[in-house]
Ligand binder design. Structure first.
Ligand SMILES: Nc1ncnc2c1ncn2[C@@H]1O[C@H](COP(=O)(O)OP(=O)(O)OP(=O)(O)O)[C@@H](O)[C@H]1O
Length: 371
């Protein structure tokens, strides 16, 4: 059952629409990550759901009940916002206990809950510490314990790791997900960091200019990006401009690197201008060094074959990035590090099954919402 439903939520500032009829649902115990570039409306969306500001249009429903007009403190929605710092004059115990005292729980219950939470966030025995003696990572752990303590129906987290360094963020990403799952929390988590989104989410909502581009599980976003924006934002492959030659499925499209076969997304017909996505991950694509193509491995549908020369090879840690000159353009290809010995100057052949190539009409209208 949907715990939280957002219906056509719209917000305008000075005549400018920053959230445009956004609709989606969050299932009970689901972690939905809202991912988007700076200014896409992520924080505004959370503020409307929290009730910190009213929408111009639309509704927020919690467990089927319309809470659009309910004041923030009566919404059963918890918040962990970057700017909501800990209370500096209270120690760790009192910070975590704050929401529990507001609920007027009996003292022994408060103590037990605070102790259990501090253990869960890896800070057992920190009760008496002053918050100004804590490191950045410890502060965020206390803030997380504090927001979970009153057991809100939904927890909203806005860039909770934004102020931490890379290594600490990596570590806390995994911990936050485990903790939210252990607490069986329904959560909305805002970030502009893709790695963080993928590590934490059950599903990811991609927001762009106040509209939903796609909502899907992390792997699905990479396997089947819904729009050219998603493909570009997640860096799924090379986007080319093209013109449709034949509009079936697979469709054929003329591009600067030659005629390509791909799967159309949206209605297309011959003569239309198009965006074409060539994925650049080995596994989806195949790079051959002179070896003949084994017909028995051919996947369903036609395969695009591109011959090129490796111009550049960059080691990126877990993978190697190649820049490949093909007739009419440049492609990027990513390979697992150590899988192939490829060096600049070498000729290679790239196989990309039509099944993995996406074609969008250039003038595609984005849908206003999806579930
Ligand atoms: N109170 C306000 N008055 C006018 N414009 C606002 C106000 N709050 C937000 N905006 C504008 O609305 C747009 C969306 O802002 P929002 O903070 O929701 O984006 P965001 O995706 O959270 O960005 P970031 O990742 O940079 O925090 C921005 O263009 C911002 O300038």
């Amino acid at each position: 059952m949907a715990r939280l439903r957002v219906l056509a939520l719209t917000r305008r500032y000075e005549g400018r629409t920053v959230l445009d009829h956004v609709s989606f649902e969050v299932a009970d115990e689901e972690i939905l990550v809202i991912l988007g570039p700076s200014g896409s409306g992520k924080t505004t969306l959370l503020r409307l759901i929290a009730g910190l500001e009213p929408p111009d249009e639309g509704h927020v429903l919690l467990d089927g009940q319309d809470i659009t007009e309910v004041p923030p403190h009566r919404r059963r929605i918890g918040m962990m916002f970057q700017e909501y710092a800990l209370f500096p004059h209270l120690n760790v115990f009192e910070n975590v206990a704050f929401g529990l005292r507001m609920q007027q729980l009996p003292e022994p219950e408060i103590r037990a809950r605070v102790r259990a939470l501090l253990e869960q966030v890896g800070l057992p025995g920190y009760e008496r510490r002053d918050v100004h003696t804590l490191s950045g990572g410890e502060k965020q752990r206390v803030a997380l314990a504090r927001s979970l303590a009153p057991r809100p129906a939904v927890l909203l987290l806005d860039e909770p790791l934004g102020s931490l360094d890379r290594a600490l963020r990596e570590q806390l990403m995994g911990e936050i997900r485990s903790l939210l799952k252990a607490e069986r929390m329904t959560a909305l988590y805002v970030t502009h960091d893709q790695a963080e989104a993928m590590a934490i989410a059950d599903r990811v909502l991609i927001l762009h200019q106040g509209r939903i581009e796609q909502i899907a599980a992390p792997e699905e976003l990479y396997r089947d990006p819904a729009t050219p924006f998603v493909a570009r934002f997640l860096d799924v492959g090379t986007l080319l401009e093209g013109r449709i030659l034949s509009g079936g499925d697979p469709a054929e499209v003329e591009t600067p690197v030659g005629k390509l076969w791909g799967r159309p997304r949206g209605t297309i017909h011959a003569g239309m201008r198009a965006w074409v996505l060539l994925p650049h991950y080995e596994g989806t694509t195949r790079i051959l060094q002179g070896a003949p193509y084994d017909e028995s491995e051919k996947p369903g549908g036609p395969v695009n074959v591109l011959d090129g020369e490796v111009l550049e090879r960059r080691f990126r840690g877990l993978y190697v990035e190649l820049r490949v000159q093909v007739a009419g353009g440049m492609l990027r290809q990513l390979l697992p590090a150590g899988s192939l010995r490829i060096h600049p100057g070498q000729s290679i052949r790239i196989h990309i099954p039509a099944d993995a190539v996406r074609i969008w009409p250039r003038d595609a209208k984005r849908t206003r919402s999806s579930g």
